[in-house]
Design a protein around this ligand. Structure first.
Ligand SMILES: NC(=O)c1ccc[n+]([C@@H]2O[C@H](COP(=O)([O-])OP(=O)(O)OC[C@H]3O[C@@H](n4cnc5c(N)ncnc54)[C@H](O)[C@@H]3O)[C@@H](O)[C@H]2O)c1
Length: 438
């Protein structure tokens, strides 16, 4: 393929070298003349393993050239990768200045071209950038509508500096964001020799996954570093503890606990987070990251309360009171917190939870209910359908498969706030459904 790469920094230089080595005809473009001069002479503008020899070889073979002339680069190629910088702006948001500038110049160059052109966003950009910023600028400047001689894709880069060439050729996955109706054939073909899964997804999903990835990597590091400091303060061999911690691929290094939804609770997680914070405090280890975990959880309960309260003090039915489905354990349940908040603010509340209802009558939880939350006990009801019919807002924390038909059958024009992502509710026609992050 004939490819232009805009921005020949860490991402762009690696793309230039690796794409040329794959046999493509590549032209690197940058506003920094010094970088262009270096690349044109077969020298890498960045320090990175292997890339020096790759670029030298590609320039010698004639597969890689460099220019500051945008129009010439666009005229000579069919596909433009954007790999310009998106540094933090003053308010922390990524600066889109270079992205918008480069989209405008590419768009203007496309206007003077007779053949179709594809633009691929490789830079890390916020969700919505493609649809709300890059595509409109490209369309305005080129005079072409997307799909009519102009295509746009998002293709986030997952390489790490230091192992960039190896990562380019063996990424964790190839992620392609494409507008609806476009199967991204050109990029599927480009990446055919690259191992790993190829996912073609909506633009915003592709843009988001890159954000999620980097945020999560930072979160993992902050967790490991704070926990490591605490362990070391108690004479524990932290690297060895972490080596074993990583061996748990069921819960620790796994998809477990990585589905967005409502707040966590139960008898272990909040208690043991407080416990590890106390360990750190006793040894004067600063734990700003771990200290933020419970406030984050509480903020979500508050956010859901605010959502419920938007419609005023209407009659609320809460489905699910135990901290998760399939248990009667109410200790530190976020649904108990939510119920307390609603009662405290004068909402009329009914609560349905089959397991808690049974526990109230016969189970081990009875003493806890009577001692700790007697006011909630009075609100427990046994009939899911009647409860749903009588309320104006149905809040679904969780609901068992046995009780779901009664709930769905009874819902009419109530607001339904689904904290569990119940498919049968999402798909129920005619209800006023609200998810929390779906
Ligand atoms: N560095 C990494 O490891 C890495 C990994 C994955 C993704 N990313 C993302 O990729 C993007 C690029 O990162 P980087 O580290 O390569 O940045 P960089 O600062 O090294 O390079 C950006 C280049 O873009 C050039 N540029 C700016 N405006 C231009 C324009 N209008 N036309 C042409 N060139 C222009 C700059 O002169 C510079 O050479 C960022 O969004 C970054 O977040 C970086």
């Amino acid at each position: 393929m004939r490819i232009s790469v805009f921005g020949i920094g860490y991402v762009g230089a690696v793309a230039c070298g690796c794409l040329a080595r794959m046999g493509h005809e590549v032209v690197g473009v940058d506003v920094a003349e010094a970088k262009v001069t270096l690349l044109a002479a077969g020298r890498s503008p960045i320090v990175e393993a292997e890339i020096g020899e790759i670029i030298a070889g590609a320039v010698t073979s004639g597969k890689l050239t460099a220019t500051t002339d945008v129009a010439a680069a666009v005229a000579r190629t069919d596909l433009s990768f954007i790999a310009v910088g998106t540094p933090s702006g003053a308010d922390g948001a990524l600066s889109m200045t270079a992205v918008e500038q480069v989209c405008a110049t590419i768009g203007r160059a496309v206007r003077d071209k007779a053949t179709p052109h594809a633009v691929v966003m490789r830079s890390t950009v916020p969700p919505g950038t493609g649809e709300e910023r890059a595509m409109p600028i490209l369309a305005r400047e080129s005079g072409r509508e997307p799909g009519q001689g102009l295509s746009y894709f998002s293709n986030p880069e997952f390489l790490r500096e230091g192992t960039a060439v190896a990562d380019f050729h063996a990424p964790p996955m190839t992620l392609i964001g494409a507008p609806a109706g476009d199967d991204a054939a050109v990029l599927r073909e480009l990446y055919a020799p690259v191992p790993g899964a190829v996912h073609v997804v909506p633009l915003r999903i592709a843009e988001s996954v890159k954000y999620l990835s980097n945020a999560y990597h930072a979160v993992k590091l902050a967790f490991a570093n704070e926990a490591g400091q605490i362990l070391a303060a108690y004479g524990v061999d932290a690297p060895e503890a972490f080596r074993l911690f990583r061996e748990d691929r069921t819960l620790n290094v796994s998809p477990a606990y990585l589905r967005p939804g409502f707040a966590f609770g139960g008898s272990c997680l909040p208690k043991d987070i407080r416990g590890i914070l106390a360990l750190g405090a006793a040894k004067r280890v600063a734990t700003p990251f771990l200290s933020s975990v419970l406030p984050s959880n509480e903020a979500l309960v508050e956010r859901v309360f605010d959502r419920i309260a938007v419609g005023g003090r209407q009659k609320v039915a809460l489905f699910g009171l135990a901290f998760k489905p399939g248990t009667d354990d109410l200790r530190e349940s976020p649904f108990v917190t939510l119920a307390e908040r609603l009662i405290g603010r004068g909402f009329e509340l009914a609560i349905f939870d089959r397991h808690v209802e049974v526990a109230r009558l016969v189970g081990s939880n009875r003493a806890y209910i009577e001692r700790e939350i007697p006011h909630l006990e009075r609100l427990l009801v046994a009939d899911a359908a009647a409860t749903a019919r009588a309320c104006r807002v149905a809040v679904v924390g969780h609901i068992g498969a046995d009780d779901l038909p009664a709930l769905t059958g009874a819902l009419g024009d109530q607001r339904v706030i689904d904290l569990a992502g119940v498919a049968a509710l999402r798909e129920l026609p005619g209800i006023a459904y609200e998810g929390i992050c779906w």
